[in-house]
Design a protein around this ligand. Structure first.
Ligand code: MN
Length: 371
């Protein structure tokens, strides 16, 4: 009894920006689908961030439809929830839900369980941090609800970060998740990881193709064997993922590095992405270097100006981490910063915030936590 599990496919990433890289996400998704078809899994679970944008271009929807069609032809159901990237910012039908409306796949993000091949599958769509209370209530209701249904195995599908695994990127604690399940099919974290929960096992398979440079270089999908008492996860690596190379040099060394890299010693299945960060005392024209490298690489040269001392940012900073750092500076300790940004902020986000904040502050005072 093997099920397929994948997550964070981000179909449509780089659409309209880089045609070559856009294909990477479709190819990785297709490779995953082919693995599941070859292994004749009972069904496939996608834990959200199916699409990169909630306003996708047609090609992203086409790649999704073709994958789901290929599975249906093998008698394999595609069961999914929605991630933050899939959910429109205005009240509207999320694009992946069209598959459910057409009867081609099953959306389980509304908390209503379905039984497929004797396995109960239920899930929730991505809830924001401020919706945590609502999310926890729905999770409790789900746990209550499935007690009424007979099924050999139970699977919960969520697109949420767990704070025990990643402090700043999580919305809920492991302890908010009921322990009534055999397998927790998670999405959201791009770094693959597994965790024990109750008598079951949880897993984030990670992306099927890295989205930014912080994501792991390699990707895989899960084949989850639910036949024994304990689920067993077999991670299958995706071969189509584009290789990448990252280097940091001073401007004086750039010429030599480019010379060396321009004649690669072995051929790869795809042009690797190459990111060179160059420390320079004043801005320079990277064009000649890029021209030498671009036959063999998708190249980006970033400049860091040494004298100015300010780094040219290549992507958005980690807001949560920066907020925590600043809070620590202002409040003078890590404990206080954590108290302010998790407990106090959470209380402020609740409906009856005056009451909640008073309660939190009074408890801290009584416990003498900050003396
Ligand atoms: Mn994602």
């Amino acid at each position: 009894m093997i099920i397929g599990h994948l997550s964070d496919t981000h179909l449509g990433a780089y659409a309209g920006e880089d045609e070559e890289r856009e294909q990477d996400y479709y190819e990785a998704f297709r490779e995953a689908i082919e693995i599941f078809a070859k292994e004749r899994v009972e069904f496939v679970i996608h834990s959200g961030d199916i699409l990169h944008s909630f306003k996708p271009y047609g090609t992203a929807m086409r790649a999704l439809a073709e994958g789901v069609k290929m599975l249906n032809e093998k008698g394999i159901r595609f069961i999914y929830t929605l991630g933050d990237h899939d959910i429109p910012k205005v009240p509207s039908t999320p694009h992946p839900c069209i598959l459910d409306i057409l009867g081609l796949a099953n959306y389980v993000g509304r908390g209503r369980p379905i039984v497929v091949r004797d396995i109960i599958v239920v899930g929730l769509y991505k809830h924001k941090r401020i919706e945590k209370e609502n999310l926890c209530k729905k999770l409790k209701d789900i746990a209550e609800g499935i007690k009424q249904i007979d099924g050999k195995r139970k699977v919960l599908v969520l697109h949420q970060g767990i704070t025990e695994l990643h402090r700043s990127a999580g919305e809920i604690s492991k302890y908010d998740i009921p322990t009534d399940f055999d397998y927790y099919a998670m999405g959201h974290f791009h770094m693959p990881c597994e965790f024990r929960h109750g008598n079951g096992l949880g897993s984030y398979p990670g992306t099927t193709h890295w989205v930014d440079w912080n994501d792991p270089e390699f990707s895989s999908v899960n084949l989850v064997d639910l036949s024994a008492d304990e689920p067993k996860i077999n991670r299958v690596r995706l071969e189509s993922v584009r290789p990448r190379i990252e280097r940091r040099v001073r401007l004086e060394e750039l010429g030599a590095l480019v010379q060396m890299l321009a004649s690669p010693t072995h051929k790869r299945h795809k042009r690797p992405c190459l990111l060179i960060t160059v420390e320079a005392s004043r801005p320079f024209d990277p064009k000649p270097f890029e021209d030498l490298l671009s036959p063999s690489y998708i190249v980006a040269i970033e400049q860091v100006l040494r004298e100015v001392g300010s780094e040219v940012m290549r992507e958005a900073p980690d807001i949560d981490a920066e907020l925590m750092r600043l809070a620590e500076v202002v409040l003078g300790s890590k404990e206080r910063a954590e108290f302010a940004l998790s407990e106090l902020l959470e209380a402020l986000n609740s409906e009856d915030w005056r009451g909640s904040v008073l309660e939190v502050v009074w408890k801290v005072f009584k416990d003498g936590r900050f003396k």
